[in-house]
Design a protein around this ligand. Sequence first.
Ligand code: M6R
Length: 620
Amino acid sequence: MIARVFLYEPVIHLPGLYPICGDYSMCGIFGIVMKEEQTLGPILIEAAKRLTYRGYDSFGAATIAGPTIDLRKDVGKVEEVAAKYHFAEMRGQRGIAQLRWATFGEPSQVNAQPHLDSDGDLVGAHNGNVVNNAELRELFLSEGLIVRSENDGETCVHAVERYLNRGYTFLDAIRLAYGDLEGDYAFVIGKTYDDKLYAFKKGSGMVVGIGDGFTCVSSDLPSILPLTRTIIRPQDGEIVTLWADRVEIRSVKDGRLIERQPELVTESMDAVQKGGYPHFMLKEIHEQSQAARELLHMLNSNREVKTLVEKMKTARILYFIGCGTSYHAALLGAVYFAQIAGRAVIPILAPQFIAQYVPTVNYEDVGLFVSQSGETKDVLNALEAAEGRGMTCYGLANVIGSTLTKETALCLPLCCGYEISVPATKTFTNQALTFLYLAYRLAGRDVDVLDLTPSLIDQTLEMVDSSVNALAEEINAWNDMYCLGYGLTYPVALEGALKLKEVTYAHCEGMLSTEFKHGPLSAVSKGYPILFVAGPNDIPLIISGLNEVKVRGAHTIVIAQEDARLRTNADKLIVLPTSDAYLTALLGILPLQLLAYRMSVLRGYDPDFPRNLSKTLTVD
Ligand code: M6R
């Protein structure tokens, strides 16, 4: 018998162009299994609200009882969608809720999750990304399955459906589907005329909760902890079956039962949201390798990248426009474009772009507007002015759904997930990596070399940790310092200096190393800290610069790859892993982020929320 399905109309599409790519680590899922049918709406709404940090483009929920699946979903925030479709009244024996951070298919009702299978007796939702989504959708269509959306969550449902159709048990169907679904994701699925939910994950996080008379599963703890503190953390390659009174874990490989003792979570919710880190800034610094991995996934599969590269190639003048950290990434991007692709770019602060270039731009020019928030007023003013002159405007933003993503012809996502800490860290790295990737594409060079980036980031954080801690103690008494770089590392020095002043409240000036002798040299006194970021091709120049200040008493610290010449000349060398000059520049920011963080904490400040600052500057 075919399930009775409620799907609310109409299908609503949000304006604006959204790149087709994976739901990179964002989105949130929650599933719950009760003994008997009851009102589940309020539990699903509450759980979803606690996952809002993972996305809020659309919200959906499905409840299952006997032959019936009640599915309601739409574009919008949890509260809006829940109120509009009366989620609070939803009843069932099982429930699934999903929040979406749209990237795979635009935010629309049809792409919202959960999704049904072809005949509507299976319902499931995922978070994360299925990288072979396009290929699997083609395959399912050719096999006669009904594919309604572009979303990879639907692909997960059909991946199970096609094996169930062939007569496999639910567990075996999941085991086979697991082998077909490539990427990092967590998935929950349920069926009519059943009493269980099934969940599995690859790469992404997933937590199972065991309560009194119910079990639940979610992408993350915040939605589970108000219900129960007894949890199990399933691993990749495991399938969890949830009944109301027990859970069972089996191996994908051979279906064997896996014993896992539940844990008791005792930390506060605040500590849980920080993932065990004392501050969001430190958590976000350590999320950089995963963010880079997800960005590269997206760039490799996003069809819009080619369009962007072609447009940049043929532009009369190419501008990279941003503010603060995003401007520093733009500066580094311009050096990458020049050195790798031989393409001149004008990197410029957004308000200065209005004053200096808007009178000269026209439709033959291309501007790439860079912003974490996508809401910075200075950037939006520049965008408006540029559009007024007919310039072709593209974006690079982290917050999907922000004004920049809607107002530009094409906007690439930074795939960083939420950056809560006011100092930008992971978004800088992904902005710089995007520029590096685009420069390689523009030059027609193989981008596979960039696949090393995530592991180099992890390696760097591990290698520099203790030396950065020691350095923070050494120089913490100083309220004045410089951070110098040259060529590729000049923008990194500026960004490092911005991080240091933002969270330590000390004066730290970023500068081109060769400029130091043109005036600032007079500030040097005994022990005065001067940080250098050195690329492998600029060592002799950096050595000259550091000796100029060292002989006048400065305490010189160099961030660079291992080099005997630097070891002899500098007071301290913070060693980066071996890589090329392009990646060295990108890795060079990591010790500076860590240094700023450590000094802020040593000074007793809150690095996440520095005084006087705001994460998003929506004022002139
Ligand atoms: O959201 P945006 O990237 O447009 O923000 C621009 C700047 O306000 C921002 O980068 C700021 O400089 C950072 N908080 C620095 O860490």
